[in-house]
Design a protein around this ligand. Sequence first.
Ligand SMILES: [Zn+2]
Length: 172
Amino acid sequence: MQAPELVAAKYRAQGRRLTPQRQLLFTLLHENATHPTAEGLFEAASKRMPGISLRTVYQTLDELSDMGEIQLMHCDGGAVRFDPNVDDHHHALDAATGEVFDVYVDNLDALRAQLPEGFEVEQVSIVFRGRVTKPASLKAMHAKTKSPVRQQTARAKSTKRAPRRTSRGSSK
Ligand SMILES: [Zn+2]
């Protein structure tokens, strides 16, 4: 999702109704990595702006989804969650806390799925279920802006390749 000011400008340009309530929701959603439900967002918004209605929250989420600013996600069989990260990414679900984290997956094309003949894939969504055992590592992951897994893998690959070459060279 773009910065709240940019979303507000887009709203105006599209002739949508821009209210302080909606602007608050843009702010709450921007760079929100918690994948909130509508109810969760409503609770957070109510603290900042008492009197905001759940209906407004639902409407705004609908509009933002229409505009491609947020994605809807269903991953734990519970309420729909909303994701302001519209990158191509996947999720990890902590079974103990219900928290959902963004995960970037490399080499998805190499995945061999036995799909029916002629089935055209439009979207792939992977959910890793498990438990967070090192909360500190998760915080470090959140601190990085984008694609932490992709960066780590790229680094790991390049360091793996280098020693192999030197060991081959030294054996001669
Ligand atoms: Zn996400």
